[in-house]
Write a protein that binds this ligand. Structure first.
Ligand code: COA
Length: 339
C-alpha cells in the first residue's frame, strides 16, 4: 500500500446535535458525563485529523489529560449542543485542544456557554499503539499566542509529574457503615470494556471513562445528601495507562471533603484483564469531582457534614479543604478580572 498524501491541516471543528432523553440524568437534564463524552469526541476527531496530515504511520490521538473543567450551567433535553474545538498548542508529541460547549434553545434562539475544557492528546500509531508519533506544528496567530501555549504546556508537564506518583489504594468500606461517614456513600461500578467503548486502537475512549467516573461520583454525592445533585467541576485528569478491550474496569468513588454546599469525591479507575483479574490489575486514572446538592427548585442547598473516621480520612479532608479554598480563590479572581 502506498503512503497517503499529506493533507491540509485544519485547526478547528464544529459539531452539533440535539440532546435526547437518553442523554438525561435522573433529574431530566443532560448528564455531566454525556457532556464530557461529547467534548472528548470533538477533541479526538480534531486531534486525529491533525496528526494524520503528515506522511508516516496512520495514528489516533489518545487522550492524555483534561484540565480542570467547570460546568457553567445545565443543558436541557431538546436543546442543541454546539461543540467547538480548536487546536491551540502543539509540542513535539502532544497537542492541546480547547473545546467550548454552547447550549442553544432552538425555540427561543437563546444560547449559553455550558462548558469550556482544555484537553491534551498524544498521537499513537495504529500499527503499534506504543509508538508515539510526531505532531505537525500549527501556525500561531501571533508570537504571544505561541508563548502562552508554551507556558500552559510547561505548567501541565510539571503538574502531572507531581501527581504521577499519587497512586491510591481503594479502601473497602466497613460492613455496616454509619450514615454520613465516608464508607456509607462509597460506591463502585464494574464495567466490561466492549467494542462500542473503544477507539481504533481497541482501547477505551477517554470520554467513556469520564462518563463512568461522573456516574459513580454522582451516586456517592446523592447517597450522602439524599437530594438531587449536579456536577459542578472536575479537577485535572491524567490518563496514565490505556485500558484495552476485554478489560474489567472498577470505578470507585469516595467522599474526601464537604464544604457547606459542595462535596468533593475522589474517583479511582482500576483495570485488569478479565481472565487474570488479580495478576494484571493497575490504576489507569483518578480524579476529583465536585458536586452540588440541589432542592426541588434547582437551588444549591447545604449538605450534611462528613463524619470523619481515622487519620487517613482526616488527611484527605484537609487536602480537599485546601483544594476547595484554592479553587474558590481562583474563581473569585477570574470573576473580578471580568468586572
Ligand atoms: N498530559 C499531557 N501530555 C502528556 C501526558 C499527560 N498526562 N502524558 C504524556 N504526555 C505527552 C508528553 O508531554 C510527550 O509530549 P512532548 O514530547 O511533546 O512533551 C508525549 O506525551 C510522550 O511522552 P512520554 O512520556 O514518552 O509518553 P508516555 O509513555 O507517558 O505515554 C500516553 C503517553 C498518553 C500515550 C500514555 O500515558 C497512555 O497511553 N495513556 C492512556 C491514553 C488513553 O488510553 N486515553 C484514553 C483514556 S481511558
Amino acid at each position: 500500500m502506498t503512503a497517503p498524501e499529506p493533507r491540509e491541516a485544519a485547526s478547528s471543528l464544529q459539531l452539533c446535535r440535539i440532546m435526547r432523553p437518553d442523554d438525561a440524568n435522573i433529574m431530566g437534564n443532560v448528564h455531566g458525563g454525556t457532556i464530557l463524552k461529547m467534548i472528548e469526541e470533538a477533541g479526538c476527531i480534531i486531534g486525529t485529523r491533525h496528526c494524520n496530515t503528515l506522511n508516516g504511520d496512520r495514528c489516533m490521538a489518545a487522550l492524555a489529560r483534561v484540565e480542570k473543567t467547570e460546568f457553567l450551567c445545565p443543558v436541557f433535553i431538546g436543546e442543541v449542543a454546539h461543540v467547538t474545538a480548536e487546536i491551540t498548542h502543539t509540542s513535539q508529541h502532544s497537542l492541546e485542544v480547547q473545546v467550548n460547549v454552547m447550549a442553544e434553545n432552538i425555540l427561543t434562539g437563546t444560547k449559553k456557554l455550558a462548558n469550556k475544557a482544555a484537553l491534551w492528546y498524544v498521537p499513537c500509531s495504529l500499527k503499534n499503539v506504543d509508538k508515539i508519533m510526531e505532531v505537525p506544528p500549527i501556525k500561531y496567530a501571533s508570537a504571544e499566542q505561541a508563548e502562552e501555549g508554551r507556558k500552559r504546556y510547561e505548567i501541565q508537564k510539571t503538574e502531572r509529574l507531581e501527581t504521577k506518583t499519587r497512586i491510591k489504594e481503594v479502601v473497602s468500606p466497613p460492613s455496616h457503615p454509619e450514615r454520613h461517614t465516608v464508607g456509607f456513600s462509597q460506591s463502585s461500578l464494574i464495567h466490561l470494556v466492549g467494542p462500542s467503548d473503544c477507539t481504533l486502537h481497541d482501547c477505551v475512549h477517554g470520554g467513556v471513562t469520564m462518563k463512568l467516573m461522573d456516574e459513580v461520583a454522582g451516586i456517592v454525592a446523592a447517597r450522602h445528601c439524599n437530594t438531587n445533585i449536579v456536577t459542578a467541576s472536575v479537577d485535572a485528569i491524567n490518563f496514565h495507562r490505556k485500558i484495552k478491550k476485554g478489560c474489567v474496569v472498577t470505578v470507585t468513588g469516595r467522599l474526601t471533603f464537604v464544604s457547606n454546599k459542595s462535596m468533593e469525591i475522589e474517583v479511582i479507575v482500576d483495570a485488569s484483564p478479565l481472565m487474570e483479574e488479580d495478576k494484571g490489575k493497575y490504576q489507569a486514572v483518578s480524579a476529583f469531582f465536585t458536586f452540588i446538592s440541589l432542592d426541588k427548585y434547582n437551588r444549591a442547598v447545604p449538605v450534611p457534614p462528613l463524619k470523619i473516621e481515622g487519620e487517613e480520612e482526616q488527611r484527605s479532608f484537609e487536602e480537599g479543604n485546601a483544594r476547595y479554598l484554592h479553587n474558590k480563590a481562583k474563581r473569585l479572581a477570574a470573576k473580578e478580572s471580568l468586572q
